[in-house]
Design a protein around this ligand. Sequence first.
Ligand code: NAI
Length: 419
Amino acid sequence: MYSFLKKEKIIIINNFLGGKEKMVIKPRLKGGLALTNHPIGAKEFVKRQIDYVKSQDKYEGPKKVLIIGSSSGYGLATRISLAFGAGAETIGVAFEKGIEGKRTGSAGWWNSIAFKEAVKKEGIFAKNFIGDAFSMEMKDEVIKFIKEEFGGKIDLLIYSLASAVRTDPIDGVTYRSALKSTTKDITGPTINFEKEIMEETTMGVATPEEIKSTIKVMGGEDWKLWIEALDKGGVLSEGFKTVAYSYLGPKVTYGIYKEGTIGAAKRDLEHTSDVLNDFLKQRYNGEAYVSLSKALMTKASAVIPIFPLYAALLYKVMKEKGIHEGTIQQKHRLLTKMVYGNEPVIDEERRLRPDNWEMREDVQAEVEALWDKVTPENFKEISDYAGAREEFMQLNGFDFDNVDYDADIDLDELAKLKP
Ligand code: NAI
């Protein structure tokens, strides 16, 4: 096993390297942010998700899909499930950066390159647009591409954006989201992955302006603009579906999530799904849903105060019960059982609920009991700190046992690769 993996590693590196200026890429963290990413590790990150989907039965799904926020986290996992499980051709839109000077490029950049290489090998078409999904220019470019080079219509749009900033294409104003409470100051424990400690964080109260800005960035407005533009462009097929990703979370995270600015934005997204559902039903016999997903470590969630500690405790409980899912398992179940299957879990507010295992009463009771016991001294033992940290590192291409992190990486050669 090891020698096979080593051989593969050498092939990957040979493909990437040309023998010019080289560097060893080590992880550098700042709180919940990774400042470096490992391109070879990204390839492994994508490969493991593909391997999971290939180990499962194929399913009948959409054939032509547009994914907004396709390069990491839930959007990437969705794309992998659709391409390798249902043979779907996909267009991905993401905001990522390649190599600039000594900067190693963002994780999503390398994930997108790795995904495209992998589908190409299977003869499945994929196209990436790297840029601002919030702009009208991006919408126009994608619609032109659908019309001219993608068969003219799409059957599914996945909306999986997580962003801190949005320029409204109509009034030109730039809005910034604020991760804040809407009720009172919230102080609670979180994990600092950089220092590997549990520490207190305080989330201040948002001003009405900050609540409005967060809704502008993370609410449903841009999703609706996409659907309107696609409809106007005549590129939606009969029976077209769209799903946007949201989160609700349990009692222990209410202060920071459900009752926070981000919760306000997600409620707006949910309201938008009803508006879009009526519109699509009438025009295309189509559907729009919000899906409430399970809490997982992603680039976006790692920076939400309190959330990483909750995730580490949740992993502990769900793994012990044998019901833990990573991003790929969660999205594969959503697609195969719910969106394209006949076991949908839908609540009274018409939301798809693949978070149903996270929200089980027995799971939450155990998480709450751990929450009451957790201290800076015992958090590594009583939570699945190791699992949560590994997942966080792997998002950025680190901590894979079959990638050689001492190997030199040739940035000049890598810079020639494009998503
Ligand atoms: P992520 O940070 O891994 O992915 C965000 C994606 O959005 C990336 O592909 C990024 O390139 C793209 N993006 C950001 N700004 C963009 C822009 N201006 N133009 C084009 N693309 C842009 O985040 P994650 O966690 O996968 O989040 C995706 C969605 O899933 C969010 O709506 C989030 O609220 C939701 N969700 C996440 C959960 C979690 O625990 N991570 C739980 C439930 C829902």
